[in-house]
Design a protein around this ligand. Structure first.
Ligand code: GLA
Length: 387
């Protein structure tokens, strides 16, 4: 089936989320300025259409007398409804965050037991997207996870408003197997991705922060489960954080961020920007706004790419595209530059010659007659479209 734009998340959702840079410091002025900057930078025209308020937006220690969540009046002095109107006026959709337990990860009120009430409230504000987290909920009980997400999915549906439902359960209980059934349009498949090539051990949480290198394996393992309407979510982008975000990590090189972006596009992951786009630098803009690369992510077939060959530390990935062409990536996960020959038969193509276009540099390589030799730098991904 070829996806059309007629249903929600027909292609992977794109947007911006407050968490990676701002954490607790999410507020109305930031959201308005971000909406403005998404327009002026050209990011909106590239498809980044959701603006998501992550954790820490409500009054922290209580619900109001009616049991409703209230936005923190110091952070959101005009209220979320007025903010939604502003964001909608600029052509965006607005997202909000809660958790399937008593408290969110940062200790704000969660929605367990208040699903219908909270969904109605968000609908009345004009919210279009819910990221639903799983802190303080049982980690090893799939039935409970399914039940809690089902309950919120139903509550959202009952409002009659269209909500994109983003499950943030980190993959512990295989949400790729049941995410669609509970109404989910995307489901996280790992813990939080940090601004780092390798995993980082987090002593306080007794777990690893995920690095981009490991996400390559996760994306390959789960490639079969993503598709139009429901996507494997590799987490928000760390492109552009450069070690300055509020999430951990020392930052990555330009080449590593390019591999990160290439992988998220190949894997059909949602693309939620995590950096401060009011201060977008050239390098970051070039990674977030390459339309030929984004087209691989947003391709109408919606078939996530996968690894087809390993050559030492290098991997060849392919992704079928709607126009009959194939996206081909060569990823070098090793510490040294490598010379790699991509053979037509490795990528499932037999009729030579083909045209290979390098999507990052936007250059056409020579005709691809049976094989193509490439020099791939350490941690680099060369992304081609073979027609
Ligand atoms: C979890 C999620 C993150 C973010 C934080 C907020 O760690 O995985 O994406 O939403 O909670 O506290």
């Amino acid at each position: 089936m070829i996806a059309s734009q007629k249903f929600l998340a027909a292609t992977p959702p794109m947007g911006w989320n407050s968490w990676n840079t701002f954490g607790h410091h999410v507020e109305e002025a930031l959201i308005r300025e971000t909406a403005d900057a998404l327009v002026s930078s050209g990011l909106k025209d590239c498809g980044y259409g959701y603006i998501v308020i992550d954790d820490c937006w409500s009054i922290k220690d209580r619900r109001d007398g009616n049991g409703d969540l209230s936005a923190d009046p110091e952070k959101f002095p005009s209220g979320v409804k007025a903010l939604a109107d502003y964001v909608h006026g600029k052509g965006f959709k607005l997202g909000i965050y809660s958790d399937a337990a008593e408290k969110t990860c940062a200790g704000y009120p969660g929605s367990l037991g208040f699903e219908e009430q909270d969904a109605q409230l968000w609908a009345s504000w004009g919210i279009d997207f819910l990221k639903y987290d799983y802190c303080h909920a049982p980690l090893h009980d799939q039935a409970v996870a399914i039940e809690r997400y089902t309950r919120m999915g139903e509550a959202l549906r009952e409002t009659g408003r269209e909500f994109l439902f983003s499950l943030c359960e980190w993959g512990n209980q295989s949400p790729h197997l049941w995410g669609r059934k509970v109404g989910g349009n995307m489901w996280r498949v790992s813990g939080d991705v940090f601004d780092s090539w390798v995993n980082i051990w987090m002593k306080d949480w007794n777990t690893y922060g995920i690095g981009v290198d490991v996400s390559i394996d996760i994306a390959n393992d789960l490639h079969a489960y993503g598709g139009p309407g429901g996507w494997n979510d590799l987490d928000m982008l760390v492109v552009g954080l450069k070690g300055k975000g509020q999430i951990a990590g020392t930052g990555m090189s330009f080449i590593e961020y390019q591999t990160h972006m290439s992988l998220w596009c190949l894997a059909c992951s949602p693309l939620m920007i995590g950096c401060d786009i009011r201060k977008l630098d050239r390098d970051t803009a070039s990674l977030l706004m390459n339309r030929e690369v984004l087209a691989v992510n947003q391709d109408a077939l919606g078939i996530p790419g996968r690894r087809v060959k390993q050559i030492g530390p290098c991997e060849i990935w392919t992704k079928r595209l709607a126009d009959g062409s194939t996206a081909v990536a060569v990823i070098n996960r090793g510490p040294r530059g490598e010379d790699i020959t991509v053979k037509a038969r490795d990528i499932g193509l037999f009729d030579a010659p083909k045209l290979a276009r390098n999507l990052w540099t936007q250059e056409d390589s020579a005709d691809f007659k049976g094989e193509l030799g490439l020099r791939v730098q350490p941690h680099e991904t060369i992304l081609l479209k073979v027609t």
